[in-house]
Design a protein around this ligand. Structure first.
Ligand code: ADP
Length: 725
């Protein structure tokens, strides 16, 4: 019987295409095959196989060219690709592309030549170069180039040493070695778990032991030891021989976390993030598919690795906005992780000190297991948070630190403790204005102001990355030296702190100052060792660090996140400030946080000062319920963009006219997007609100399928949007 295979290609195609299976070929779901598409033969994946029907005979179907000899993708993965595409209104092929990042990873690791030392005695008169080779420590066995680099000799010296002299021995082995196997009974913990931690850990481990889909929310205050608790679940999964994926918001920032895993299991976990080289990526991919990479710590895209036997996913800091991918396939890794776990029959743990209202609601209605860690272990207490009303305590003109903040830093330093100043703004000043003509420096092709970066002497657009040398004269009126910085960025706050505390060691941490993970690690270590007195930082300082000597946190602008029309502004501000304040105080040193604000009466800030999380959540949820917003309703956004405004408007109107009529849907827009021009494209937005029982994804799919944007006009759908730019 003739068979038809549906082949999905990892390119921008909406669905699999049909091909005839040659009689001699046996194909199964998930197999990799080559098949002709257009004028090329491309690698695709078998998405289905069925017997040919009468009407297939009338179609001129092409044949599958060849089956590739490699491990197939497992059925759970295929379902996950389908689901991701459908839910997020993305092309199936585009999602498959996220899975298949490197074709070479499908082949076994190539072999390479390695060298190791032998027992042969060093002959007298050994050359200095050869001696240096034999003295290299800690890298054996290694490749000739690596040894040569470490010994500062040429690679040919290394190679000849494996010749007659027998000083080295050469052998061939896979170029990409497997990862060390984590040892689940290694137990490098240097303290005993508290009773609450034990209980929560045991429950998570039990869920993993049951080896079926389960969701838990690990809701524990900052510093309560959530990592220790979910490690118990990881131990159980590893004991069962399964694979564990730990998703973290920013892998460059989790050095301390990585160390914790190394200690726990006596092995280096596999890491996955977007800045990895091609070879490292291939290695992780291949080892995941083979089921040999047992513990992977990764950024959001690690969800699309082809795990063979995934038994546990942890989403650490589940509230973090960086789980949302907003380019290409737009998806929220937190939500997709739940689906991935479901198709893999695995346990998933969402961990946070400030869970999203969506997750909290799911936990409270019993859809998720809810584990609560209300306190820090031992004598450690949560930091005390106070507000500083800037109307009352006005900083001097052109300055940004109020007297109470300055006093608190002085206090901390006098006790030989550390302070942190938090401001989520990179650079020196967010606005550059001409004192002569009032002109503001604007990005050339985008609706945003240029930010002064004094350290690099440039003016930058933070949305697009455009930058230019800081001009000496106003580009508009040409007056020299009239450009003036307005408002603070971290560089300016650091400058102010340096003037106030000339003897203090002050460092700045933002994504500019810490372009490379090495530099971040260095700063983090210095901070942990107490070598920095004041750390001034953006969002980057918030994520999960523990600094034992940090006792004071000053928030320079508590209102920053509250501006703009984002429905989650209050929730975000609350989350960020709890997290940032949570950096202060550990064990024997209580922490204190001060938040400077012009709106001390705002309910998010009030809740912080009063430690009234419940009150805040209650008020937020009541507001969302009233307005039918998530978690009581669903949202989608549409962004239409075109090279000129008229075209964008025209298509937005046509698109609106095609909206399917359905109960329970409310369409707002089109309107100009808050960032009306981005990289030269004019943007219009819709916001679509749906009642909980509406399948919003399929509604949007149908709507989208009714009209094609003209050339150069783009239509983007964002299910459950997180930002409103
Ligand atoms: P969280 O993720 O909840 O903020 P972590 O897991 O990072 O907390 O733990 C915070 C700090 O407390 C870490 O330095 C950790 O080693 C320490 N810690 C956790 N549990 C205990 C315990 N039972 N006894 C002593 N120290 C602990």
């Amino acid at each position: 019987m003739k068979q038809i295979a549906q082949i999905l290609f990892p390119v921008s195609v909406p669905e699999p295409f049909d091909y005839v299976v040659p009689p001699s070929m046996k194909l199964g779901l998930g197999d990799f095959v080559y098949a002709p598409i257009g004028k090329q033969v491309k690698l695709g994946v078998v998405w289905g196989v069925r017997n040919a029907k009468q009407k297939d005979e009338e179609r001129s179907l092409k044949f599958v060219a060849e089956r590739k000899l490699c491990r197939p993708l497992n059925p759970g993965m295929l379902k996950f690709v389908d689901w991701t595409a459908k839910y997020n209104c993305a092309l199936q092929g585009q999602v498959l592309r996220m899975v298949i990042r490197s074709y070479k990873a499908l082949d076994p690791s190539p072999l390479a030549t390695f060298f190791r030392k032998t027992d042969v005695e060093r002959p007298a008169g050994l050359s200095a170069a050869r001696k240096r080779v034999l003295n290299v420590q800690g890298i054996w066995p290694a490749r000739a180039s690596e040894i040569a680099k470490a010994a500062n000799v040429s690679a040919s010296v290394v190679r000849t040493m494996a010749g007659v002299s027998g000083l080295l021995e050469q052998f061939s082995a896979p170029l990409d070695p497997p990862f060390d196997i984590p040892n689940p009974v290694h137990d490098g913990r240097q303290f005993a778990l508290t009773d609450k931690q034990k209980q929560a850990g045991a429950l998570l481990a039990e869920l993993v032991r049951q080896n079926e889909f389960s969701i838990s929310l690990l809701d524990g205050v900052t510093g309560s030891g959530k990592t220790e608790v979910y490690l118990e679940a990881a131990i159980q999964a590893l004991k069962q021989g399964g694979q564990v994926l730990i998703l973290v918001p920013e892998i460059a920032l989790t050095q301390a976390g990585l160390k914790r895993f190394r200690q726990a299991f006596g092995a280096e976990p596999a890491q996955w993030h977007s800045n990895m080289g091609e070879a490292a990526r291939r290695r992780v991919w291949r080892e995941c598919a083979a089921g040999r990479a047992k513990l992977v710590i990764g950024a959001r895209s690690a969800l699309y690795l082809p795990f063979a036997d995934l038994q546990l996913i942890v989403v650490d800091e589940e509230h973090d906005t960086s789980y949302k991918q907003d380019e290409g396939v737009i998806y929220n890794a937190r939500d997709m992780a739940v689906v991935r776990a479901k198709f893999a029959g695995a346990s998933i743990v969402l961990a946070s000190a400030t869970p999203t209202l969506e997750s909290l609601t799911n936990a409270r209605t019993g859809r998720y297991e809810h584990l609560i860690l209300p306190e820090r272990p031992g004598a450690a207490v949560l930091p005390k948070i106070d507000l500083v009303d800037l109307k009352e305590h006005k900083p001097e003109s052109g300055k940004f630190l109020s007297q109470p903040l300055i006093d608190a830093v002085t206090d901390a330093l006098s006790r030989d403790e550390q302070a942190m100043l938090y401001l989520n703004r990179r650079g020196y000043a967010p606005l550059i204005i001409c004192r002569a003509c009032g002109e503001r420096l604007k990005s050339p092709d985008t609706d945003s102001w240029l930010v002064e970066h004094r350290r690099t002497g440039r003016a930058m657009c933070h949305l697009t990355g455009f930058s230019m040398p800081m001009p000496s004269a106003c580009p508009e009126c040409k007056t020299e030296h009239a450009l003036h910085p307005v408002g603070p960025g971290v560089e300016r706050v650091a400058e102010e702190a340096m003037a106030l505390f000339p003897d203090a060691n002050i460092e700045v941490l933002s994504s500019d100052t810490a372009q490379n993970p090495e530099r971040i690690r260095h700063l983090m270590e210095k901070m942990a060792a107490g070598e920095i007195d004041i750390l001034v930082g953006t969002q980057m300082v918030v994520k999960g660090h523990n600094f034992p000597h940090l006792t004071f946190v000053g928030v320079v602008d508590g209102d920053l996140g509250l501006a703009g029309g984002d429905l989650r502004a209050g929730e975000r501000t609350y989350q960020t400030l709890v997290q940032v304040a949570g950096r202060a105080g550990r064990a024997d040193k209580p922490g204190h946080a001060l938040i400077q604000t012009h709106m001390p009466e705002h309910e998010a800030l009030q809740a912080l000062a009063e430690g009234d999380r419940e009150g805040f959540i209650g008020a937020e949820l009541a507001m969302r319920e009233l307005l039918g917003l998530p978690p009581y309703g669903k949202l989608a956004a549409v962004i239409i963009s075109a090279p000129d405004g008229r075209k964008a408007d025209e298509f937005a109107r046509k698109f609106l006219a095609k909206a399917p009529r359905t109960e329970g849907i409310e369409i707002m827009g089109p309107s100009e997007a808050p960032i009306a021009i981005l990289r030269g494209r004019h943007r219009r937005r819709f916001l679509i609100k749906a009642e909980p029982n509406v399948n919003l994804s399929s509604y949007m799919q149908v709507w989208k399928s009714r009209i094609r944007p003209p050339n150069k006009t783009k239509l983007q759908i964002d299910i459950d949007p997180q930002g409103f730019m």
